[in-house]
Design a protein around this ligand. Structure first.
Ligand code: NAD
Length: 270
């Protein structure tokens, strides 16, 4: 996909981080943007900051199929077509220092609900309409390095992102087999300086799992600050994603210029 001007981008998780940067980049390309987020106020603030294009803000919990179907209805009603879908909303649940068996079912449900089912619902709500429209379109799914390589980070996050990788491969293969003019790009970020690790502060209710809410040591807080100093910015991640869309590349990733001293301890955080 090379022509963006006047077309429509739908972005989930558009209220923060990479999603907000994708929204800004889409607007800079002249696209009208549908900003979907469970945090409607944050998405509205991002939408209000976009100049020269139309912005539609939709409160949407991507774990709920009906919400994502309503998002598709709202986007098609307003703009007539959807040319770029970014299934981007994501969450790191349940703390990063548990053994695989220590995550509660609530943690697994939340991780799979947002990270995996968010993508599944997006595919199911939008792809049939894109195929029916028969015009060029593109889908960007945000996975993670955590879904590609194993590490010692949140297991229920990595498992969900691994599933996103497989689902995105299936999406790509299915569309290619049909000869549909719909490109697929999987963005696999490394460490990007966003608010993702603050989510547990925003939703203490979700993190208060039966095993006890995870606490973060002062050392970890400090290490995260160090890591973030060298992390990719959300804008850089959005630029990499857009280059992948322009080049119709399936797999794009961001790398992190870690300070070697910090990198040796990074696995404790990621
Ligand atoms: P972020 O926390 O800054 O933004 C995520 C957004 O998703 C937030 O606005 C949040 O409100 C929204 N969201 C959460 N649950 C939702 C739900 N149920 N329905 C709708 N929206 C919901 O995080 P980010 O770093 O920008 O993350 C964007 C994507 O990038 C995620 O898929 C994440 O897993 C992935 N990622 C991030 C990093 C990183 O280092 N930041 C690394 C690898 C992958």
């Amino acid at each position: 996909m090379r022509e963006f001007k006047g077309k429509c981008a739908v972005i989930t998780g558009a209220g923060s981080g990479i999603g907000a940067a994708l929204a800004r980049r889409a607007a800079a390309e002249g696209m009208n943007v549908v900003l979907a987020d469970i945090a409607e106020d944050q998405a509205r603030a991002v939408g209000d900051s976009l100049a020269g294009v139309e912005a539609l803000v939709v409160r949407c919990d991507v774990t709920e199929e009906a919400n994502v179907n309503a998002l598709a209805d709202a986007a098609y009603d307003r703009f007539g077509s959807v040319d770029l879908l970014c299934n981007n909303a994501g969450i790191v649940p349940g703390g990063r220092h548990r053994k695989a068996w220590e995550y509660s079912v609530a943690d697994w449900d939340w991780s799979l609900g947002v990270n995996l089912y968010g993508v599944v619902h997006g595919m199911r709500a939008f792809v049939p309409r894109m195929i029916e429209a028969g015009r060029p379109a593109h889908i960007l799914n945000t996975a993670s390095v955590a879904g590609v390589v194993s590490g010692s980070g949140s297991v229920c996050y990595g498992a969900a992102k691994h599933a996103v990788v497989r689902a995105t491969e299936g999406l790509y293969a299915g569309l290619k087999e049909m000869g549909a003019p719909i490109g697929v790009t999987m963005l696999s970020p490394g460490l990007v300086a966003t608010g993702i690790y603050d989510a547990e502060k925003r939703r203490p209710d979700r993190f208060a799992s039966p095993e006890g809410a995870p606490t973060e040591s002062a050392e970890l807080e400090q290490m995260r600050e160090e890591l973030y100093r060298n992390a990719t910015t959300p804008e850089e991640a959005a630029d990499i994603a857009f280059q992948g869309i322009i080049d119709n590349q399936f797999y794009v990733f961001t790398t992190t210029a870690f300070d070697p001293a910090v990198a040796s301890r990074a696995e404790d955080i990621l």
